[in-house]
Design a protein around this ligand. Structure first.
Ligand SMILES: Cc1cc2nc3c(=O)[nH]c(=O)nc-3n(C[C@H](O)[C@H](O)[C@H](O)COP(=O)(O)OP(=O)(O)OC[C@H]3O[C@@H](n4cnc5c(N)ncnc54)[C@H](O)[C@@H]3O)c2cc1C
Length: 494
């Protein structure tokens, strides 16, 4: 489609999607001298970035970080791009300085390191958050968003909300020249003289794409409802090659009718065990890497033709119920920010989200699990706790081991599903954040950043998505802005 004569608006760079990657791209493009427009399909910016924990990885020593990250692909057999990994490491090591430059007085805190500390080079990975005025589970994400959106506003970059991009427009040579967006029911053709940056996030909220690309069912999302795979379709239509479509970052949660997205539940606290649909434990609950939840439940049984671990059930007794909120992370995510989990879990019991019964066999009946098997599982667990060693999975017991017992009624269960933090797949990009076709050739004028077509594959490094959104957002924005620059003069050919 080439509307050449009929553009409604013209900018140098158009950024589609206003989350972390979109904000970084817009700031970088603006700072490189471009006139920038941001489009956001929902009523406000922030996307997944704003409902996340807000942590970002920033590697130290380049070579060590490169070898650690490279190993994640080798273990998972995901498609790897060495140039892209190096570009990520080099650019994201500049992120803290870049953030501090956006506003005076920005402070960062370090909160963790590599997700897989035994892999060589892990010591080079550090994770950070932004200190700031916000409180609560998403405080660090809100601090980050305050900083990014503040920098966008301070630069006077226009943001059109409720303005979904619907098509990329191309010239006769296939180069992307602009977009068609729907703004208040009107179709607008917007020219992007230098380039379009796709930062529309993933497809966690698109059930059909999940069915096509991710194993395990049902799968719910913890993330933003605006992330519906638009960027994947937009890029496919202009010839992009896809990668990492089976890569998801997936935790556990519950799905309740009150919210479109799921509520995040952290697994593995003392006094909780996870059982499958037959009532048996199947995993060391304390050792599931929190972004790799799906990998522990996506087993499909070709005899019973079911996913026997979806749902699974998180069991605990009355003593554990009274000790505190069943999940420390329930306040994160698109639905989590709308619900304050009660201190003693009583609201969630009243809501029917936590299933409860005076007896274990009664609870088994309510969750549809064989009562004898469940009884046996709990007895075995309690014996392990008393013996000081988990005989099945060698799970580490708490300092006060008796708090791990499941013996005081009433008994409780949460119906647990794999719940996506985000998806990684989408159009492939190169180290210049240019979207490439299936043969690796850049599609002129098209850039991308963030979780759309992310560098991460089946195994993910915590803090890696926001780090990538910020790093490739900057590369994409500056790359688009300087696309036509020659001899240091932007757009001098025009
Ligand atoms: C609960 C939770 C916790 C997480 N914690 C972390 C963490 O601590 N560290 C980390 O690295 N990652 C974390 N993640 C993942 C991380 O938040 C995301 O991968 C990252 O923020 C994605 O940034 P993005 O800019 O690519 O996309 P987003 O921030 O999701 O922004 C994409 C935007 O594009 C918009 N959009 C979509 N389609 C269109 C269209 N057609 N036109 C216009 N706009 C469109 C969407 O509405 C959305 O606002 C977490 C995710 C969740 C859900």
């Amino acid at each position: 489609m080439n509307p050449s004569a009929s553009w409604d608006k013209t900018f140098d760079v158009v950024v589609i999607g206003y989350g972390g990657a979109g904000a970084a791209a817009a700031i970088a493009a603006h700072d490189a001298g471009a006139e920038v427009l941001i489009l956001e399909s929902t009523s406000r910016g922030g996307g997944n970035t704003l409902v996340s924990f807000g942590g970002f990885a920033s590697p130290g020593e380049t070579d060590k970080a490169v070898s650690y990250i490279s190993a994640l692909y080798e273990y998972s057999h995901s498609e790897k791009d060495d140039g892209l990994i190096r570009a990520f490491v080099e650019e994201s090591s500049k992120t803290i300085a870049w953030l501090k430059n956006l506003q005076e007085g920005v402070e960062v805190l370090t909160y963790g390191g590599a997700s897989y500390p035994d892999i060589p080079g892990a010591e080079a990975i550090k994770r950070y958050v932004i200190k700031g005025p916000h409180k609560g589970a998403t405080a660090f994400a809100q601090n980050l968003w305050l900083l990014l959106s503040g920098a966008v506003e301070a630069r006077g970059i226009p943001v059109l909300t409720q303005a979904p991009a619907e098509r990329l427009l191309t010239g006769p040579d296939g180069a992307v020249t602009g977009i068609m967006a729907s703004i208040r029911d009107k179709k607008l053709l917007i020219r992007a003289r230098d380039g379009v940056v796709l930062t529309t996030g993933g497809y966690g909220s698109d059930a059909e794409m999940l069915r096509n690309h991710a194993k395990g069912s049902p799968l719910y999302t913890l993330g933003h409802q605006g992330n519906r795979g638009d960027g994947v379709r937009l890029a496919q239509k202009v010839g992009a090659g896809l990668w990492h479509m089976n890569g998801v970052s997936c935790a556990f949660g519950i799905k309740v009718p009150q919210f479109e997205s799921a509520l995040l539940i952290a697994i593995g606290a003392a006094g909780q065990i996870l059982v499958d649909r037959s009532g048996k434990r199947f995993v060391n609950e304390g050792a599931i890497e929190r972004h790799a939840g799906l990998l522990s439940v996506d087993f499909f049984d070709s005899q019973s033709l079911t996913y026997p671990r979806i749902p699974s059930y998180l069991l605990f007794d009355e003593a554990t119920r009274k000790r505190g909120p069943v999940s420390r992370t329930a306040g994160l995510g698109y639905a989590g920010v709308q619900h304050t989990w009660s201190k003693d879990n009583s609201v969630e019991i009243m809501n029917g989200w936590i299933i409860r019964d005076e007896t274990l066999s009664g609870l088994a009946g309510k969750i549809g699990v064989d009562a004898k098997t469940l009884q046996h599982t709990v007895e075995l667990w309690n014996r392990s706790v008393r013996a000081g060693r988990d005989s099945l999975y060698d799970r580490e017991l708490p300092h006060a081991p008796l708090t791990a017992l499941i013996e005081t009624g009433p008994f409780h269960a949460l119906e647990i599903y794999p719940c996506l933090l985000n998806t990684q797949g989408g159009p492939k990009r190169n180290e210049k954040a240019e979207v490439t076709d299936p043969f690796g050739e850049p599609i002129p004028g098209l850039y991308s950043a963030g979780e759309l077509g992310s560098m991460w594959g089946l195994i993910y490094q915590g803090g890696g998505n926001i780090a990538e959104a910020l790093a490739f957002g900057r590369i994409a924005g500056a790359g688009a802005a300087l696309r036509h620059a020659t001899g240091g003069f932007r757009r001098s050919f025009r």
